[in-house]
Write a protein that binds this ligand. Sequence first.
Ligand code: XLS
Ligand code: NI
Ligand code: NI
Length: 442
Amino acid sequence: MSVALGDKEYFKGISQVKYEGPESDNPFAFRWYDENRVVAGKSLKDHFKFSCAYWHSFNADGSDPFGGPTFEFEWNSKQDAVERAKDKMDAAFEFITKMNLPYYCFHDVDVVDYTNDIADNDRRLATMVDYAKQKQQQTGVKLLWATANLFSHKRFMNGASTNPDFLVLAHGAAQVKAALDATIALDGENYVFWGGREGYMTLLNTNMKREQEHLARFLHASKDYARKNGFKGTFFIEPKPMEPTKHQYDYDCATVIGFLRQYDLLNDFKINIEVNHATLAGHTFQHELQVAADAGVLGSLDANRGDVQNGWDTDQFPNDLNELTEAMLVFLEAGGLQGGGVNFDAKIRRNSTDPADLFFAHIGGMDTFARALITADNILQKSDYKKFRQERYSSFDSGKGKQFEEGTVGLEDLRAYAIESGEPEVRSGKQEYLENIINRFI
Ligand code: XLS
Ligand code: NI
Ligand code: NI
């Protein structure tokens, strides 16, 4: 990949990040992410399909509820919205190519500012799609997924497709239509629905059944439109239990799977799992991966991490090797992702104000994923992790246990078997032993 520079260089003094190996002391080099390294039959590049999230890297300016921006974006100076958006895209592609990231993701309003004029917004986005198309052609960078932001504008304060006001739903649909058009024009591989405000704040004013039915209808209409217009990719639902809404309908993977099944959406939709959303739902990341994998809907990942001392969605860059190694065990055994990739839905801290900090954050995230995957592969190949897990269930591999799995043993039979066989042996689950295996291979 060659570095894409626009009229101006935004990340001056930083050249393309390359793999230099674990011994390197260059903070601008990968120590584990060697994109061509083959692990479990696939290159690291293909396993992960790493992606840059436009919103966190080029829109979030460090402001929080207690204070204004701390990042000064050089690409934000022009008056005209489209000219400003082009500068931002120049900066984005410079960063993406310097980081050697093969993919990017965006919300409609990340790319260009929107007003309340639907036709004008569509024109703005279409102009930027043309611009992005050129950039993609020049660099080979691809669109992992796009989405519509149906949560920031005040009209969406009571939800978008689950809003009690039908006109708000229609405005949401207009945005989704344009975002789908953009995805198709840019050969986007997937399309995401994250329903930040699709939920409720209090049941006192909410008809939950009706709202969920509206959500399902909205998803069907979106899917039908995209398919009719040639979209072949996968749709992802991104679960999150809360924040900004008190109770979000797409709470976690299990909830989403039930919803997709109930409303006949399982053929077209899979799940985009975000680490910090999993922990916010009271699960581990690996739990959510396993739930999705078991249902055949492990689609894509939003990579980040939470903070163990506070509950909320801090969207920090991933750097926890233990957490990711456990996750990569599930990932490898599931055969990877279906259509998606690993998108850094993560932001640098408010006080990480150097342009270089954005590089360090992504380098750390990519290296941690690479190292975790290599470690997990070693565990699967060289330890008795798999064997132990298999043997733990061996009583179901033959005899009555096998018949039970096949569904041919009734409750009376089970009782008779219990009496005949006596008290079960006490068998250790060996948690600490297994935890030590993880640390040994790290
Ligand atoms: C917010 C979500 C959001 C989605 C895309 O918590 O993670 O960024 O990924 O709308
Ligand atoms: Ni996300
Ligand atoms: Ni999030």
